[in-house]
Write a protein that binds this ligand. Sequence first.
Ligand code: AMP
Length: 464
Amino acid sequence: MPGFVTLIHDMDNIESFSDLKVNAWIVRQCESLGVKSPTPIQAKCIPHILNGEDCIGCAKTGSGKTLAFAIPILQKLCEDPYGIFALVLTPTRELAFQIADQFAVIGKTIHLRHCVIVGGMDMMIQGQELARKPHIVVATPGRLADHLESCDTFTLKKIKFLVLDEADRLLGGHFDQQLEIIFGALPKQKQTLLFSATMTDALEKVQEVTGNQVFICESKSDIATVEQLKQFYVLCPVDVKDGYLVETVRTFRSENEKGSIMIFTDTCKNCQLLSMTLNEVGFENVALHSMISQRLRIVALAKFKSNVVKILIATDVASRGLDIPAVELVLNHSIPSVPKDYIHRVGRTARAGRGGTAISLMTPHDIHLIHAIEATINTKLVEYKVDGKEVAKIFTQVSVTKREAEIKLDETDFYERKKINKRKKLILEGKDPDEEEEQLLKKKKKMKKMHKKKRMYSEISIAS
Ligand code: AMP
């Protein structure tokens, strides 16, 4: 491919950041955090980024991707400090805060100014922060696009670095409109760095778009999950799944008292219900999903990260990139329909060389999903033994508690908030929510009429 150089050096033996020509102050700062020798992705990417090349980094989740881009950006910033120097885009708010934290810690000695631009927070304050020209802006696409469209007190025209973290998600189509606005506000001359756990078509497309020299770093292993991760399944009937969930948590807890547990489920409603149910049956937990206000999302995550609460129940909003060292178990209450999402979820444990466990509750309907996951990760899941008799003992209590939680949820403004969030999303997409609602109502009326007609005709034909 013209214009591109694909280099994959074997640099796994690099022992220190100094060998990579990282400045002494950064090496010291890293060492003070216990980060002494570079991980493979860092060893491979840092020299190329320092050399001015664009970079696509694909590596297992938890492999130190954030520092692989933060270190060279901070080093370059130090040579020519100004704001806004780098823009980091990431798909979720929690990841934005996490990335900003890593920049802040390493950049402390150079008085780094950074800001986080995400939804759910005060736009006025964010506008003021942007106007103060921070060195680093970490943002989710929606809110940054809002700022670009609504105010001219800052410019991204001089940025030296654009980072797309979790690039496969960002480029997967969901953020296209917002990215168009953002990319339109960026200079042509810049270094683009893409990081992702999985290489997809979208990522490959980027190679065609950028004209710069690109260094591509792919993990050598074709197993997308780390070797230290033990992966299991629990076969359970659909109707008894919640009982199995509780019993699996109890069984795991009896063997591992201290570790934290992340439970993933499919929808915000399920997440909220499971959280309420587990709290009632004695497993204190916090919930994290997109129907919770950003303030409460931050509180929930802080409680979990600091080990105050040891169980986090989440939707896939928490599946990517979150770095919580104490997570010992990832428990899939629902099996993700795409194997890639499984890889992201289980990547919350067994991070940075530590061990970890993943258990997936598998109903007979999910067997094909498990097969697809096994084929992707090139590993067979092993059965995790949960005592069916114990499940039978708690089944009634769990299902009654869940039904009560459902009634409680009906009495709150949960569904009202869902409506509000939907309206906000439509506004972000540049649509008029009232108009959309009217169109939807019209569509529903039309469908009703059609069904009525159909019913009438079938009754007539039966009668005749
Ligand atoms: P990431 O993949 O960027 O989310 O990083 C996962 C975790 O590994 C974070 O807690 C980092 O602080 C940690 N980490 C990153 N680089 C290193 C390193 N070279 N040595 C030890 N820990 C690291």
